[in-house]
Ligand binder design. Structure first.
Ligand code: ZN
Length: 399
């Protein structure tokens, strides 16, 4: 599941995929619009559209009245056939499993979530995920036979090596990864996996707050803290795929031991668990991050102070990264971001303390748009981006 273009098959497949991708993004497009959007010739577009129609993957739609406002025959609108297949996304957080089912344009048809101690019981998390997938497919009136693939977001670094290009390993000290081979066996569909912050970044660039931006730092504040880095329009994966471990920037080499084995990492003071450790003595053991974000939005001084401190701490580390990569946007996401402006403003203040003025003034700091769904939507986007058109065509209903 490398992101290199080689995985997309032959040039012809890539061209077909470009057409499919335009339809995914725009919903509908005429042949002329496809020519413009893909840069392919009219003849090529006509031929490939014909093939895709014959395979049942795309269909003609009634053009909206007044579409284009042109005199004469209205252009025929083409769209992906929503019945030709679907995609499943699963997000394994530290303490939550979230599932979404989408059509081939990425439009979400059904969703489900369940609080679960994923870190403590990775095998049990698979049971929960399988149950949620079946329920969501039922709600979407779809099934696994029509599912082209399953994208999975995990809260762990995914290390890619030549022996394990799909990224099966994690680093010492991280909670055990859910057994994804078992997930693949039980669902009977191909599973592809990536780090949750990477997928959140992809989703925000594709459909959220960073649409159209090419240099983006996505900061995910949740049970863990991570970053997804999009530079020159591409997700940066580094040498072995372990980029964006923002939560493990060390603040205090003598601080508390972190799950990564180091001391005084940002996660030990600014993550969801660190926040709860500060709040629970006052609010009781059942107090959750969701309760904390609600309290902050409702003006609770203690909760607001905690989110402000967390934001400023993270912001300073982000500011140092901004000095290195000069992003146009810093997008603040993850479930802690549901606290609202208090967190985003504090991240901005932290960046201002650490980034040089020219870079600070250039980087807009904005809240994520997809909220705590970004990671599961990114998992769906990953499948759509990496699934070959041929595989999609196989799923098309017989006509
Ligand atoms: Zn750490």
């Amino acid at each position: 599941m490398s992101s290199s273009p080689g995985t997309l098959g032959s040039l012809k497949d890539r061209n077909r995929l470009r057409i499919v991708d335009v339809l995914r993004r725009s919903g509908t497009a005429s042949r002329v619009e496809l020519v413009r959007a893909t840069g392919l010739s009219r003849t090529t577009v006509s031929k490939l559209v014909g093939e895709l129609q014959a395979s049942g993957l795309i269909v003609e739609r009634q053009a909206a009245s007044g579409d284009g406002g042109q005199v004469g025959r209205p252009a025929i609108a083409l769209a992906l056939n929503p019945r030709s297949g679907g995609v499943v996304g699963i997000d394994f957080g530290h303490d939550l499993v979230r599932v979404a089912v989408a059509d081939l344009s990425g439009g979400v048809l059904a969703e489900g979530r369940s609080a679960f101690d994923v870190d403590g019981d990775p095998a049990g998390a698979i049971d929960v995920a399988v149950e949620l997938v079946h329920a969501a497919l039922g709600d979407a009136e779809s099934d696994l036979d029509r599912t082209v693939g399953v994208g999975v977001a995990v809260s762990a670094p995914i290390v890619r090596t030549p022996e394990a290009p799909a990224g099966a390993h994690i680093l010492p000290g991280w909670p055990e990864l859910p057994p994804l081979e078992e997930l693949e066996a039980r669902l009977g569909r191909p599973v592809i996996v990536d780090n949750d912050a990477n997928l959140g970044a992809l989703a925000e660039v594709r459909d959220g707050a960073a649409r159209g931006a090419r240099n983006v730092l996505y900061v995910m504040l949740s049970g863990g803290i991570g970053a997804g880095l999009i530079l020159d329009g591409r997700l940066v994966r580094g040498h072995r795929g372990i980029t964006g471990e923002l939560g493990h920037v060390v603040l205090d080499p003598n601080g508390p031991i972190c799950r990564c084995g180091n001391r005084g990492c940002i996660e030990t003071v600014a993550s969801g668990p660190a926040l709860l450790a500060a709040m629970r003595p006052l609010r009781g053991p059942a107090f959750t991050v969701e309760d904390a974000t609600r309290a902050a939005r409702d003006g609770d001084d203690g909760a607001r102070r905690l989110f402000a401190d967390a934001g400023r701490t993270v912001g300073q580390a982000v500011g140092a990264i901004c000095n290195l990569v000069n992003p146009e946007l810093v997008v603040v996401g993850g479930d802690m971001a549901l606290a609202g402006d208090v967190l985003v403003d504090a991240v901005r203040d932290g960046i201002a303390l650490a980034a040089i003025p020219a870079i600070r003034d250039d980087a807009r700091v904005i809240p994520a748009q997809l909220g705590d769904r970004a990671e599961v939507l990114g998992a769906i986007g990953l499948v759509l981006a990496e699934t070959e058109t041929e595989a999609l065509a196989v799923m098309a209903p017989a006509s």
